[in-house]
Design a protein around this ligand. Structure first.
Ligand SMILES: [Zn+2]
Length: 283
């Protein structure tokens, strides 16, 4: 049962005009986002054609950089409710745009979110900023504490972003070392494995922390073994994700075909496409 744990579908009007323009210019599949956002049935048909059983749709509140506000949470809840077994979603609470992070986070979880997304370069804070106090810091501590207690995974974007206004000093995965130490029961998913600058850090962290996982999304599968030559050793904590329909991403089916052609064991492929996701999000 293949799970794509990193898919981006949302109404294009939730993005700032500048972001929409950039996506239209650089994301081959961007034109399909509006069509698929209008109809979960069309997305399910697309997933069927790609041989994907489940997809996790990623929401992220990032008003300054992307334009997306908290309305993404009820939108994803409603969309995924059309097929709760096949469509999971990541919700989001931005600590600087919430006057009660605990209340807002519990509301998102009550809506059915199966994980929480944090995007430091787009939300403009470091993933370990809770150590430094301040509003973002206190809110982050609340998110990690509640997700740890409730068994809800937290996915953190790592690696650079080229959207206008993104801050790449927050792109380095190393702050997740703190998070993994301070919240040892929290399931942390390092999205993108720090690509394209921080793969050695990502690999080190994955080997160090039992509670840290990663998704391969937005790394062209053909390059995955260049980025992670010892993928086999971390396959049991790796997840297939496409980042489709984001900039530069080919279709999900093409991603899977390229991934299957890699020289890694069948057992590792099975873990990455299917096994790890079933562990994190049991049916
Ligand atoms: Zn993404």
């Amino acid at each position: 049962m293949i799970t794509d744990c990193h898919v981006h579908i949302q109404p294009p009007e939730m993005f700032r005009a500048e972001v929409r323009a950039k996506m239209a210019a650089s994301a081959e599949e961007f034109a399909r986002i509006a069509e698929l956002a209008a109809s979960p049935a069309r997305l399910l048909a697309y997933l069927d054609a790609a041989g994907v059983e489940r997809a996790a749709l990623i929401g992220c509140v990032a008003p300054e950089v992307m334009g997306t506000g908290r309305e993404i949470n009820p939108w994803l809840a409603n969309y995924c409710a059309q097929s709760p077994k096949r469509l999971l979603w990541a919700g989001s609470v931005h600590p600087r745009h919430s006057d009660d992070v605990e209340r807002d986070l519990r509301a998102v979880l009550a809506m059915g979110a199966r994980m929480i997304k944090i995007h430091p370069p787009h939300q403009l804070f470091a993933a370990n900023e809770y150590g430094s106090g301040g509003r973002a810091g206190e809110g982050l501590a609340t998110i990690y504490r509640i997700c740890e207690a409730e068994g809800v995974p937290v996915m953190v974007h790592t690696g650079t972003s080229v959207f206008a206004g993104a801050r790449n000093r927050f792109a380095d995965p190393m702050p997740l070392d703190d998070v993994a130490v301070d919240y040892p029961q929290l399931k942390l998913i390092m999205a993108h494995g720090g690509r394209p600058l921080y793969m050695e850090t990502a690999f080190f962290l994955l080997r160090r922390h039992a509670n840290l996982y990663f998704d391969i999304s937005s790394i062209p599968p053909k390059k995955l073994l260049e980025y992670f030559p010892r993928l086999e050793e971390i396959a049991h904590k790796s997840l297939f994700g496409s980042d489709w329909a984001g900039p530069g991403i080919r279709g999900i089916a093409e991603n899977i075909a390229d991934f299957r052609a890699l020289r890694v064991s069948d057992a590792a492929k099975h873990s990455i496409l299917s096994g790890t996701a079933l562990e994190i999000w049991p049916i």
